[in-house]
Design a protein around this ligand. Structure first.
Ligand SMILES: Cc1cc2nc3c(=O)[nH]c(=O)nc-3n(C[C@H](O)[C@H](O)[C@H](O)COP(=O)(O)OP(=O)(O)OC[C@H]3O[C@@H](n4cnc5c(N)ncnc54)[C@H](O)[C@@H]3O)c2cc1C
Length: 589
């Protein structure tokens, strides 16, 4: 079976729940984002994802990328260059890019919806333009006018792609250990030397040029992460000559085999500084924040695809009879849809995916408001929300992307484990999303270590004020009791972190992962309450799509009764503190 973009559900979230068709066109510069235009773009995006990208997903996985040891070139799977060309020519790389450099200036939210479809259809292929998007953001925020004029138009049009070169053999999470060097040259450029590993899209045959954004250290750099600078290093220089930034080989990976993961050797390659010396991490964070949201969408996208396959399978596979008695007595057995345990796996996926979709789109809309709203107050408020929710979207959606793909595989029994079905690939492909762009453990540390304290705790206070205001809505809200209890738990956990984690950072770090999950489950509960409220209102108003709205109401109930209670055990885990975690010596393991 093939992927079908869940357009109706995307519209439900964007328009009916989040009022995107009213809020987005009111943002300065986003006047074109009317419902009509957004619908037309989503329909076109769905066609491209379903008909061009998805058909190459399995073949790309089987074939993988090939490295030529003599030329250092990389060949992507058959069909990838042509599909990428169609993607770029249709304007998808330019969607949210700045208008002055050839972008369409449309809201980031629309890009987020497009990204979900791309990641559902073909994550490996989607990574090439995905990384470019991050490079565009960093260059737009920190590049000189000259660099912007030279590089942004072709990155935005998709003629060129971008990379993000942080990782080195001795340095992954801890970027302070970077050894790549940047020597100033007489012509104001820098000679970049060093080896980067696991660089996505470091070399490939999709585009005419590749623009690497590379973290390196200047000769006078202070030690640690405060001494890192960011450089732009093109594969081909302006005069067409080859810059010595070569791929030294490809990784052999568990998944995303169509995405070229490269060792990159920089041999005094010519580069230019982006932003201020020693302040590269600041610029890189712009790139990483947008990339983190994108990786969250990768988790969501894969979960959606896996769900679609397992649902179709469950409807067709016949085994045993319903416990309440045969449902289709004329057939040799009932469809497995009748079994409570199969429904548990389906509903776990459905409730998580649809709730996470609302959380992700909400965060994307906050990003647009943070960038474009007229009033500084509104921008600040939205930025607080983005800061707080980014690690949650990244970690929760990718954890759940993998868990949902696993549920889909389990539901399908032995069939799920075979290559006759695409789900085993989804399980393999989704696994990396929990690791790159900062492991999910690091996202949790970011949440408790940085984001909770952001601006004196302003962001989290605003978040709780939003919950409080919602819970006090006139006339009540669906599942207010369960939501109130979960919000109360989250407040208690936040207080616990303040009391125990400020003086003892090991306590905060010990609680970080369960805290992030508690936060995420509660946030998704908030969106399920809102979605149930909207659905009920639509039914009261006589909407004809009764199945859609009734399913929303029932799925909200499932989420509240069967998923949200996990917050109870997470709370217990947090309050148990660090002692049992830290008790064993290394030898005692
Ligand atoms: C397919 C693929 C594509 C990638 N693409 C890119 C790319 O395009 N550009 C790029 O620069 N990099 C890329 N990476 C690298 C990726 O971002 C890193 O693998 C990731 O950030 C983790 O670093 P590491 O693997 O070195 O793990 P390590 O940093 O060695 O961490 C190992 C373990 O220790 C934990 N840990 C480390 N430090 C701490 C701490 N302070 N507190 C708690 N736990 C900690 C981690 O969570 C992890 O579980 C890619 C990797 C892969 C596999």
């Amino acid at each position: 079976m093939s992927y079908k973009a869940p357009l109706r559900d995307m519209q439900f979230v964007l328009y009916e729940v989040l009022n995107g068709d009213k809020i987005l066109p009111e943002l300065p510069g986003c006047e074109d984002a009317t419902r009509e235009i957004m619908d037309a773009m989503l329909t076109e995006g769905a066609k491209l994802a379903e008909n061009v990208l998805a058909p190459l997903n399995a073949s790309g996985d089987r074939e993988g990328c090939q490295y030529d040891t003599e030329t250092h070139d990389v060949k992507t799977p058959d069909g990838f260059p042509d599909a990428y060309r169609q993607f770029a020519e249709a304007g998808w790389t330019a969607l949210a890019g700045p208008v002055e450099y050839g972008g369409q200036g449309l809201p980031h939210t629309l890009n987020t919806l497009a990204e979900e479809m791309v990641c559902s259809a073909n994550l490996s292929l989607g990574m090439y333009p995905g990384l470019t998007h991050g490079a565009v953001n960093a260059l737009t925020s920190y590049g000189t006018d000259e660099l912007k004029e030279k590089y942004l138009p072709k990155l935005i049009s998709g003629e060129w792609t971008g990379t993000m070169c942080l990782t080195e053999p001795q340095c992954g999470t801890d970027l302070g250990l970077i050894r790549t060097k940047a020597e100033p040259q007489a012509d104001a450029s820098y000679a970049i030397s060093g080896t980067k590993i696991w660089i996505t899209g470091g070399e490939h045959d999709l585009a005419d040029n590749i623009i690497h954004l590379v973290l390196a250290k200047l000769p006078d750099a202070p030690s640690g992460s405060k001494g890192i600078s960011l450089f732009l290093v093109p594969k081909f220089l302006e005069d067409g000559s080859r810059n010595p930034a070569f791929c030294g080989g490809l990784e052999h990976k568990m998944g995303i085999k169509g995405s070229a993961t490269c060792v990159m050797n920089f041999e005094e390659a010519k580069g230019w500084l982006i932003g201020e010396p020693h302040k590269g991490l600041q610029a890189m964070f712009v790139m990483m924040n947008s990339a983190r949201l994108m990786v969250g969408l990768q988790g969501l996208g894969i979960a959606e695809s896996a769900y679609q396959v397992s649902l179709e399978f469950a409807k067709e596979r016949r085994q045993s009879r319903a416990l309440s008695g045969p449902q289709e007595p004329d057939k040799p057995a009932d469809s497995i849809m009748v079994h409570p345990d199969v429904r548990r796996m389906l509903l776990r996926q459905k409730a998580t995916i649809e709730g996470s979709r609302a959380l992700a789109y909400f965060t994307a809309m906050q990003l647009d408001i943070a960038h474009k709203a007229e009033s500084a107050e509104e921008r600040e408020q939205a930025d607080d929300m983005v800061q707080l929710l980014t690690p949650i979207v990244k970690a929760f959606l990718t954890d759940e992307g993998f868990f949902c793909a696993n549920d889909a595989l389990q539901l399908m029994g032995g069939s799920g484990f075979t290559q006759d079905w695409p789900v085993e690939q989804f399980v393999r492909d989704s696994r990396i999303t929990r690791i790159y762009e900062g492991t999910n453990g690091i996202q949790a540390l970011d949440l408790v270590g940085r984001k909770l304290g952001h601006a004196g705790g302003r962001a989290v206070k605003r978040y709780f004020a939003m919950m409080d205001a919602y819970l006090k809505t006139d006339g009540g809200v669906p599942h207010s009791e369960e939501l109130q209890a979960a919000v109360g738990r989250l407040q208690k956990a936040t207080m616990w972190l303040m009391q125990n984690g400020m003086g003892d950072r090991e306590q905060a770090a010990s609680a970080a992962t369960p805290y992030l999950r508690l936060f995420a489950l509660t946030a998704v509960a908030y969106f399920w309450s809102r979605m149930a409220g909207v659905a009920q209102q639509q039914l009261n108003d006589g909407a004809t799509e009764t199945d859609l709205y009734k399913a929303k109401i029932e799925t909200a109930a499932f989420y509240m009764q069967k998923i949200l209670p996990q917050t109870l055990s997470l709370m217990a885990e947090i309050e148990a503190g660090k002692d049992s975690l830290m008790a064993l010596t290394s030898e005692q393991f």
